[in-house]
Design a protein around this ligand. Structure first.
Ligand SMILES: C[S@@+](CC[C@H](N)C(=O)[O-])C[C@H]1O[C@@H](n2cnc3c(N)ncnc32)[C@H](O)[C@@H]1O
Length: 458
């Protein structure tokens, strides 16, 4: 590989660049004499002026400040929304890029070739599809209180949002109710760690119509009675946290009004969802995603199924009537409690759920429950560590259904499983997040004819 000839830019430089492709994660990629620049807001075919942020020896990161010549693919944006950066691409193009990126990750990063890439499943709704949103509080240019989203690449600036078009009108109304009530409180300043209002998390049961509102603040005083009267939600929570970083996890949460859990349904099952628990944010598409997982699991009625990273038990319970037994493992204790309650709520008796870290608890789970026939794996974006993959291989399921929200971590994990004797059979992308670069897909791996090698025993 020849060394880059283009001299390395510095932070703040403005470069004129032509974008060739889209990188995993969604930034445009421009090349200048062998030097690579990842450009936020740039799309293939654009010529843009971009301001350099981080600059390394081989690559830099930059942000579009002006589109000089737009790509012929570009369409007019529908919403002024920092959370919908891909809306300038026609929806068909978004789908095509996502499918290509899944294929590229598996072939180039995983060096896997012999699999069937099934067509991407398009989203049911292209806007207002999210059942959960996390707003941030901040200060506007006149010092006024604003509630919205971080401006792209600017951790301390909040762009106000009157109508977030990724969630329903009802959720926007709740945001307005909260904003009207909290007008007299100071937003939290991320630089000097002062102030009170941090985040507002709203969840909506898309099938049940229920809503859950959670205000996240620094420790302090809140007019609780006034807040209860002002906000028309089925469940109202207040979380106080002294964390230095901005996170809606952790802290001390108090239920102020209504039910502790939101209730919603997926297909014909009902689920209780605690505020700390994960729930797929696109309900319509969660049904499709689980449908693909169920098809890939091809259960016979006599299988023992492990659901690793089981959340509130949605996948395990969706499979329970077609399995002999389902067993879930999840690290967040309230989510495990929800999963156990959800089994009862749906009158499912062949499901066991355990709280534990998949990194440490898998061996013990196998000792307790026996080896699984089928393993469903649905980890966070970081995917599986090499050690967890070894533990899964040791458990030796004959089929693995890997639900992934990041093809660049699925690819090395799938490669490691193939190395151990599994065959990657099918992969199906599912578009859970229109207008964004986020990609979800389901992969099916089956034990090969020679069985599975267990590197820990060699
Ligand atoms: C992508 S979500 C999937 C949840 C569930 N399968 C669903 O579809 O709703 C990943 C889940 O993994 C859990 N998790 C994260 N790290 C974990 C770990 N080390 N061990 C077990 N569970 C973990 C998270 O709390 C979250 O519930």
């Amino acid at each position: 590989m020849s060394a880059p000839t283009f001299s390395r830019p510095s932070r703040g430089d403005i470069l004129e660049l032509t974008i060739d492709t889209l990188a995993h994660g969604g930034n445009g990629v421009a090349r200048k004499e062998g030097y690579v620049v990842f450009v936020a807001g740039g799309f293939p075919g654009d010529t843009v002026k971009a301001e350099v942020g981080k600059a390394k020896r081989a690559y830099a990161e930059a942000r579009v400040v002006e589109v000089v010549t737009p790509s012929p693919d570009r369409v007019e944006p529908f919403a002024d929304h920092p959370g919908a950066p891909w809306q300038v691409l026609p929806y068909e193009k978004q789908l095509a890029v996502k499918a290509e990126q899944v294929e590229d990750a598996l072939k180039r990063i995983g060096r896997l070739t012999d699999f069937e890439l099934e067509p991407i499943i398009p989203a049911v709704e292209q806007w207002r599809y999210r059942n959960k949103v996390e707003f941030s509080f901040g200060q506007g240019p006149e010092g006024e209180l604003v509630c919205g989203f971080h401006a792209p690449g600017r951790w301390n600036d909040i762009v106000p949002m009157d109508d977030c078009k990724l969630v329903s009108e009802r959720v926007n109304e709740l945001r307005e109710q909260v904003l009207r009530f909290v007008k007299g409180y100071m937003p939290w300043d991320r630089r000097d760690q002062r102030g009170f209002l941090r985040n507002l998390v709203i969840r909506e049961g898309r099938r049940s119509g229920q809503t859950q509102v959670r205000l996240v603040t620094s420790p302090g005083k809140l007019d609780v009675d006034g807040f209860i009267d002002a906000v028309d939600a089925d469940g109202l929570w207040w979380t106080q946290t002294a964390d230095l970083g901005e996170s809606t996890q952790g802290g001390e949460s108090t239920l102020l009004k209504g039910a502790p859990q939101l209730v919603d349904s997926i297909n014909d099952l009902d689920f209780l969802i605690s505020p700390e628990a994960f729930f797929q944010t696109n309900t319509d598409m969660a049904e499709k995603l689980y449908g693909v997982a169920l098809e890939y699991a091809s259960l016979s009625g006599s299988d023992k199924v492990f659901d690793l990273y089981s959340g509130i038990g949605t996948i395990a319970l969706s499979m329970a009537t077609r399995a002999r037994q389902v067993v879930g493992l999840e690290i967040v204790a309230p989510a495990v409690a929800d999963a156990i309650a959800n089994a009862k709520l749906n009158d499912i008796q062949n499901a066991n759920f355990y709280a534990g870290d998949a990194r440490l608890a898998l061996r013990e789970l196998v000792e307790r429950e026996g080896k699984p026939d089928v393993a469903i794996i649905d980890p966070p974006r970081a995917g599986l560590s090499a050690k967890i993959v070894r533990r899964i291989v040791e458990a030796a399921p004959s089929r693995i259904v890997y639900v992934s929200c990041n093809p660049t971590t699925l690819a090395p994990n799938a490669a490691q499983l193939v190395e151990a004797g599994y065959q990657l059979k099918q992969v199906r992308p599912v578009d859970m997040f229109p207008q964004t670069p986020h990609i979800e897909c389901v992969a099916l791996l089956e034990a090969g004819p020679e069985g599975v090698r267990n590197p820990d025993r060699e």
